[in-house]
Write a protein of this length. Structure first.
Length: 316
């Protein structure tokens, strides 16, 4: 015998509320409609569902057991409604975000942790890549957002680019580096120390070459190359090597007191850190919430960096 789930749901509401009028109000239905449903259900099962003449309504043993099945339907319906509402508000769902390794490790991971502490039912799937890989991932629908530096003249291949931080590189070193003791730091002194080269596909490698050209040389003493941000930081901590890093990445590690930036201005790349997404992509509430969170956190970071720089005397 097949029983309509809606009938069980209405029976459960009446039993739970203690009356037909109250049960109908619980479901947002009219009392006559619920009464008809109960009559149809009783005729279908061939047994009474309520003890006759008892007020408030008292279910029969069969009525009570069927009402328990209806409570399962009611609970599932409520959970489904909550799931839909949570998704619409961006409180649940999946955010697929890709980005360049140094920014993802140095900044985005911490920002993602803050976001998930508020949106506990959202899952973030993070991946690494540089600009060409990230664009391909967005176009193919493999990722929802990309966070990466791009040249300001790059039109983004039809993608929407939201600038979240202007490009700014610094020369990073350990906090006890000898150059930090110099009364007046001269750019030529940089060539007296070994360097850590960024990964071959990183735009930082081109920035390092531009820096060397500004110093009148084409090569530096490269002792270590590639590696993750943590690899580079650990190498710098144990040596007098130098490297080029985004200022925001070095600034975010200031409380660790492991690496710092030399107070020396170097050529700025014509580049900005951006949020990239497809222009015509369907809006996912959780993705939009995460994008707003990242943009807001970088705006806060921008102000912190500006305040910090005003207290530091940068060299010429």
């Amino acid at each position: 015998m097949k029983i309509d789930e809606k009938h069980l749901l209405q029976l459960a509401a009446v039993v739970q509320a203690g009356g037909v009028v109250e049960g109908a109000a619980l479901l947002g239905l009219t009392q006559p409609a619920v009464s008809r449903t109960l009559a149809i259900l009783e005729k279908r099962v061939g047994e009474p569902l309520f003890v006759k003449g008892r007020r408030p309504l008292q279910p029969t043993p069969l009525g009570r057991e069927l009402a328990q099945h209806g409570m399962v339907v009611m609970t599932a319906s409520r959970k489904a409604s909550e799931t839909i509402e949570s998704f619409r508000l961006g409180r649940s769902g999946v955010v697929r975000v890709g980005g360049t390794p140094f920014f993802m490790d140095g900044l985005i991971a911490g920002m993602a942790a803050d976001f998930l502490s508020i949106h506990a039912d959202v899952r973030i799937e993070q991946s690494y890549g540089y600009i060409s890989e990230l664009k391909a991932g967005l176009v193919s629908g493999q990722i929802d957002l990309a966070i990466c530096p791009i040249d300001l003249l790059d039109e983004g291949s039809g993608l929407v680019a939201q600038e979240i931080l202007p490009g700014r590189n610094v020369i990073a070193c350990r906090v006890t580096h000898p150059l930090l003791l110099a009364r007046k730091l001269k750019p030529a002194a940089l060539l007296d120390y070994p360097w850590v080269a960024p990964p071959p596909t990183s735009p930082l490698l081109a920035d390092l070459h531009s820096l060397l050209l500004s110093l009148g040389v084409t090569e530096a003493k490269i002792r270590y190359s590639g590696g993750s941000l943590m690899n580079v930081v650990n190498y710098l901590k144990g040596s007098d090597a130098l490297t080029i890093l985004p200022h925001s990445t070095v600034f975010s590690m200031r409380n660790d007191r492991s690496i710092t930036a030399l107070p020396l201005q170097i050529p700025h790349p014509e580049r900005a850190l951006v949020l990239l997404r497809q222009r015509e992509a369907s809006s996912m509430p959780a993705v939009e919430n995460f994008a707003r969170h990242i943009a807001r956190r970088f705006e806060e970071l921008r102000h912190l960096i500006k305040r910090h720089e005003q207290s530091v005397v940068w060299g010429g």
